[in-house]
Structures are given as C-alpha cells and as structure tokens.
Ligand binder design. Structure first.
Ligand code: BGC
Length: 418
C-alpha cells in the first residue's frame, strides 16, 4: 500500500508541476452531484460564481458516493490536467495536500474568519499542517430512515423505534405486495446501511471502536455478528432488481409509495425536495432504530489545485469565499438535504428534518454521539474502508454466514492496516 502511495505521489506531483493549463477566470469543477437534488444544489454555486463574472465549467462524474469521480480525478491529475476545483473529502484531502499540489486557502479563510465560524472537528479535516487546503460545504447526517407517510398510515403502522418493531412492520408490508425496503445494491450503499446498523445495534461506543478505531476485538465480537445478521435480515424485504440500483432511484421508490423505507443519508431529502414533497405531509425521516443519540456525520468539501493563472486564482478564492457565505450555505443546503456547516446561518427557512438535524448535531457534539461516517470517508483510512466495503458487500450478496463475515472483516482490516 505504502509503496503504491509513494509512487502515485511522485507521478502526480511531477505531472501537475510541469503542466498547469488553467484558463483565465474559469473554474472547472469536478464533482459527483448528478441526481435531481444534488444538481439543483450545485447549480446554486455556479449561479453565484457566474454573477461575480467567473466562468463555470461543469465536470460532473456520475456515481453515488463518489468513487468514479475520484478515479477520474486521479487520472486527470496524473496526466497533468487537474480541474481547478474538485469535490474531495476526509482523509483524501490530506493525501492530496501531501503531494504539494493544492492552493492554500489561508488568505480567504482569514479574511472570512473561518476559524471562528467552522467547528473545530470539521476544520481539522480541512487543514494540512495548519493551513486551510479545503473548504467545507455542509454537514450530512447518515443515520436516517426515510419513510413514505401514506404507506405507513394506510397499513396502520407507526414508525418503528426498535429493530424488532422494524422487522414486524416490514413483515406486514410484505404481505401487501409492495417492496418494503428500497435497496440500492452498490457497495457504498450497502456499507451505508451496515454502518447505520452497527450504530443502531451496537450503540455509540461500539460504533467508535469498530468503525472509527477499527478495533479488532470489536470487529470480531458477537455484537458485530449480530449487526451482520440484522443487515442480512433486510434482504428478504427488498426486490430482485436491487443489485446495481442507484441510491436516488431507491429514494424514488419511497417517494412513489412503491416502498415504505430507505436507509440513507440526508442527501435523500434533496430528492424528496426536488420532487416537491414536504416532510410531515408526504414523508417523514427519523433516526434509524437505536440511533436517536447518534449523529453519523459526513461533510462534503472542495479542494483547489495550484494554478498559475492570476484570474483562475481569483476565481478559486471567490468560490471558496462563496461556499462558506451564509447565503450559499442556506440555498445550497435547502436543496441538498444537509445542514449548514458554519455558525451564524438562520434556521428559519429550513424544514423540520433539517431543524432536528441541527439540534441533534449540537447535542451529540456534547454527548459524544457525534461520530464520523465510515462509509462516507470520515473515519478510517481509505485502505481500511475499502476492506470493510469488500467484506460487507460480499457478505450481503452471498450465502456467507454472519460469523464468517466477522472473521473475514478482521482479516481484511488487519491486512489493510499493515
Ligand atoms: C456525499 C453526498 C452525495 C452522496 C451520494 C455522499 O458521499 O457526501 O454529497 O450526495 O454521496 O452521491
């Protein structure tokens, strides 16, 4: 692993150093926001930049969770043609910064007072050796359960609070002929559900140990076996077309009432919003069973590549400034389903789900329930995360027993961590 990393470092650094071909005033922005809600949200940034006279060149790489976008970013960087800005998050920010290819955002951070408005837990991820090298956009909460209100009401079901209630409700719904759980069969979506179950079944301390510290005793514990069992139990309530399904299509199933629930981060809310749906009327979202006091956070962010062109540099700093402006934080997050990442943004225009999220974010920051999402690159290293993804998806899509999955998890994590 280390050797490959070092090789990539030198190839990328050399390539970017020798060819920097940014065009004046133009920002080419690589991101993976292509669903209805995501596109509506990112277009707000484009509009604001264009209003200030900059040119926006959109480089969207479809694929939920962003792994296709990250592959494209690496190959563009290696060929000496990085975009001006790219959606990159978590530990990968540090990896890019280590290459010495990023623009420092310190002057805009200083002028805008980011150190006072961005929470320390987020700022630490955005900085490299004390310098701002990324700008955070939002805070997503991962551990939500999205529900079609009418489907529950028509079947006299209340929203499940425990996993037992949950499976009892799914059993009732299955008999009605609908697909109770809207499932997107892609590794990152399966890992998203798994981490929600790990928090819900194991509790906060267990989640911290297993998915943040990758603690071997936690990974091989009976609790972990139980988590795998609960996850697998869901499969009987999903449909045959689940494999490969995109997350937003799964959300669409809940929106249309073809399914009752989806476990997904609150980018799903962006889809409900884009479809003109209102929380409390058409749908509801509550923390997944057992996760009321947990907030699995996922922060999106952008890095900027070092460009020589003065106009392009100006456009980069405008983009960074706009992203953390209260105006953008409001309009973007209203469309995206997330909450503002900076302080000082009015809660007023946000709906009940976002307001609950804001309150839980503040409360869990004090209680210790504010925990980084493994599936969304906030917790373990990319190698350990990849190892976890492989085991979870192989387990879910085969006849592997839960006990065997826990064993495989330990082996894979140990190997990746070396
Ligand atoms: C990102 C979200 C995005 C989602 C689906 C997550 O990892 O943080 O911004 O909407 O993936 O693509």
């Amino acid at each position: 692993m280390r050797k490959n990393g070092a090789l990539l470092v030198s190839i990328v650094a050399a390539a970017i150093f020798f060819t920097s071909n940014a065009i004046a005033g133009k920002v080419e922005v690589l991101h993976w926001w292509t669903s209805g809600g995501e596109a509506a949200a990112v277009q707000e940034l484009q509009k604001m930049l264009e209003k200030e006279g900059h040119d926006w060149q959109d480089f969207a790489v479809a694929g939920g969770g962003g792994s296709a976008a990250m592959t494209t970013l690496k190959s563009r960087a290696v060929s000496g043609n990085p975009p001006t800005a790219a959606q990159v998050k978590g530990p990968q920010i540090q990896e890019w910064a280590e290459l010495g290819v990023l623009t420092s955002l310190d002057s805009v951070a200083k002028a805008e007072g980011w150190d006072n408005s961005v929470p320390g837990v987020v700022a630490r991820v955005m900085k490299y050796e004390g310098s701002w090298v990324a700008v955070p956009v939002n805070v997503h909460r991962v551990n939500w359960m999205w529900m079609n209100k009418a489907v529950f009401a028509d079947n006299n079901l209340s929203y499940p609070k425990t996993w037992d209630d949950f499976f009892a409700a799914m059993e009732t719904l299955k008999k009605t002929g609908i697909t109770p759980i809207a499932w997107g069969g892609q590794d990152w979506q399966e890992a998203t559900v798994w981490e929600i179950v790990v928090a819900g079944v194991g509790g906060n301390d267990f989640y911290q140990k297993a998915l943040v510290q990758a603690d071997i005793d936690a990974l091989k514990s009976d609790t972990m076996v139980e988590c795998f069992e609960v996850m697998k139990k869901m499969k009987q309530y999903t449909d045959a077309s689940a494999p490969g399904r995109d997350w937003n299509l799964a959300t669409g199933m809940v929106i249309k009432g073809e399914s009752a629930v989806q476990f997904m981060g609150d980018w799903a809310k962006g889809e409900f919003t884009a479809a003109g749906k209102t929380p409390g009327v058409d749908y509801d979202a509550v923390p997944a069973p057992g996760t009321d006091d947990a907030f699995l956070f996922n922060v999106d962010s952008f890095i900027m590549f070092d460009v020589k062109d003065k106009e392009a540099k100006k456009a980069q700093s405008a983009m960074a400034r706009l992203i953390l402006s209260p105006e953008f934080q409001t309009v973007f997050n209203l469309n995206k389903g997330s909450i503002p990442v900076r302080s000082g943004v009015a809660a007023k225009p946000f709906d009940a789900v976002a307001v609950a999220s804001m309150k839980d974010f503040a409360d869990t920051a004090k209680s210790g329930g504010l925990m980084p999402s493994m599936a969304h690159e906030m917790a373990v290293s990319p190698a350990v995360r990849g190892a976890m993804f492989d085991v979870v998806t192989n387990f879910y899509n085969s006849n592997m027993s839960a006990a065997e999955a826990a064993k495989k998890l330990v082996a894979a994590v140990e190997e990746a961590g070396m």
